[in-house]
Design a protein around this ligand. Structure first.
Ligand code: PSV
Ligand code: MN
Ligand code: MN
Length: 422
């Protein structure tokens, strides 16, 4: 905290100058309420993104100092949260991270101001010692015993989550087929639905289940929860605790994700997000690194749709990063993702909705584009920095991370370790 204060003091004059410009430019807007929304907005960090990621072709542990235990993963997220004030939750993947002592972990997390976000089950890999293989799917499997094993795993994950104070389960299935004829689509859907029903009935009253879809990979002919339509079908049939989860990397190229988001929100079935960016497929690159305009357009729909329904931006949807790769320090990468998400959110908050509605009602296409691009092209970084300042975080999170040589310290402390997980 001391170091953050020193760092902020050194940047304060320049920050205040930028903020003053913004306040002048946006004097017709209630910037205080925008800043408060930015302060409140928290994006969960996945426990599997804290180490160097891998590809199908190799893994290069270039950083060292990677967290070896859940405790160290919590420490790393705590560090991110101290730096940016916007990473107040961690999301665990079971069995990559099995919480042994939930109470102690809760206490540790709370000491960093962290909560446990959605729990993630894993029936896309075979685990050592398990009786059955998921080679031909898990919840969809033609073999009832295999489905049962996968259902029980999910119920186990819910139990871990209850102990940690989480309130959501994210289910992503690799289930599908690689070749035409391999699978009866209808039976695969029905098996999956029946299995999901059993998992659903193990959810506590206040819990949600997020059904994550993905177009392809690892199956390359069909995926049993392959798109938002299929996810919405499952979620609708399951009941009011079931929602669709949108992972930005899980669409076919050029999909209009912002439109998907708008309609899911309209139906009250949008549950949460996995943020990342991609150029080709499920690339899991840093949010906003490839298509920042798309990220803004998605947030534009989120703000419009949530406001229309009177929803609380910070609380009513699950916000999480799902990114991981080979070439950056993962902690710097996560700071960049959070910053990109906050900027897109800030831009969306400043869209002149009244003027946009009027332009739409008048079919004034050029004006509508002007309105959107006006905020997208405005530099709102000082607003996001101001939110950090007010949260007691750093004006320049990556700057301070580098000044303090955090990675070197972690390497000295933990050695040349490689994180568990992906
Ligand atoms: C699958 O591609 C996915 O997006 C799911 O959310 C998994 O849980 C995560 O990546 C980690 O592999
Ligand atoms: Mn995901
Ligand atoms: Mn993915």
């Amino acid at each position: 905290q001391n170091q953050i204060e020193k760092h902020n003091d050194s940047l304060l004059t320049s920050h205040q100058r930028k903020l003053a410009f913004l306040k002048e430019d946006w004097s017709h807007v209630d910037l205080e309420s925008v800043i408060q929304k930015l302060v409140d907005f928290q994006i969960a960090i996945p426990s599997w993104a804290l180490g160097t990621g891998g590809t199908r072709f190799g893994r290069f542990a270039i950083t060292g100092g990677e967290p070896r235990t859940i405790e160290e993963k919590i420490e790393d997220v705590g560090l991110l949260h101290a730096l940016n004030g916007a990473s107040g939750a961690i999301s665990l993947h079971i069995p990559w991270d099995i919480p042994q002592n939930a109470e102690a972990l809760k206490t540790l997390a709370a000491s960093y101001g962290l909560k446990f976000d959605a729990m993630n089950s894993n029936t896309f890999q075979d685990q050592a010692g398990s009786a059955h293989s998921y080679k031909f799917g898990s919840l969809q499997n033609v073999n009832k015993d295999i489905r049962k094993q996968a259902i029980e795993h999910n119920i186990e994950v819910i139990k871990h989550g209850i102990a940690l104070g989480s309130d959501a389960l994210t289910v992503w299935l690799a289930d599908g087929s690689c070749f035409p004829g391999q699978l009866n689509f209808r039976k695969a859907f029905e098996n999956t639905l029946e299995s999901l029903h059993e998992i659903y009935s193990a959810l506590p009253e206040n819990w949600k289940i997020f059904v994550e879809y993905k177009a392809f990979e690892p199956n390359f002919y069909s995926t049993t929860v392959g798109d938002w339509g299929q996810s919405l079908l499952y979620a609708s049939k399951l009941g009011k605790k079931a929602y669709t989860l949108v992972d930005l990397g899980h669409h076919l190229p050029n999909a209009n994700i912002e439109q998907i988001v708008a309609l899911l929100l309209m139906e009250g079935k949008l549950g949460g997000f996995h943020f990342n960016d991609s150029k080709y497929g499920d690339d899991d690159l840093t949010a906003g690194s490839i298509k920042p305009y798309q990220l803004f357009l998605i947030f534009n729909e989120l703000v419009e749709g949530m406001d229309a329904k009177g929803m609380n931006h910070a609380k009513d949807l699950g916000w999480m990063i799902d990114a991981s790769h080979n070439v950056k320090d993962p902690l710097e990468d996560l700071l960049q993702s959070v910053e990109a998400i906050m900027i897109a959110y800030a831009q969306a908050l400043l869209v002149d909705r009244k003027a946009l509605n009027e332009a739409q009602d008048n079919n004034d296409v050029a004006k509508a584009q002007e309105i959107l691009q006006h905020t997208f092209r405005s530099d709102l970084r000082a607003l996001v920095a101001e939110a950090r300042l007010r949260s007691g975080a750093a004006l320049s999170p990556i700057g301070l991370y580098r000044d303090l040589e955090v990675r070197n310290n972690l390497v000295n402390h933990r050695g040349n370790t490689v994180a568990t997980g992906l």
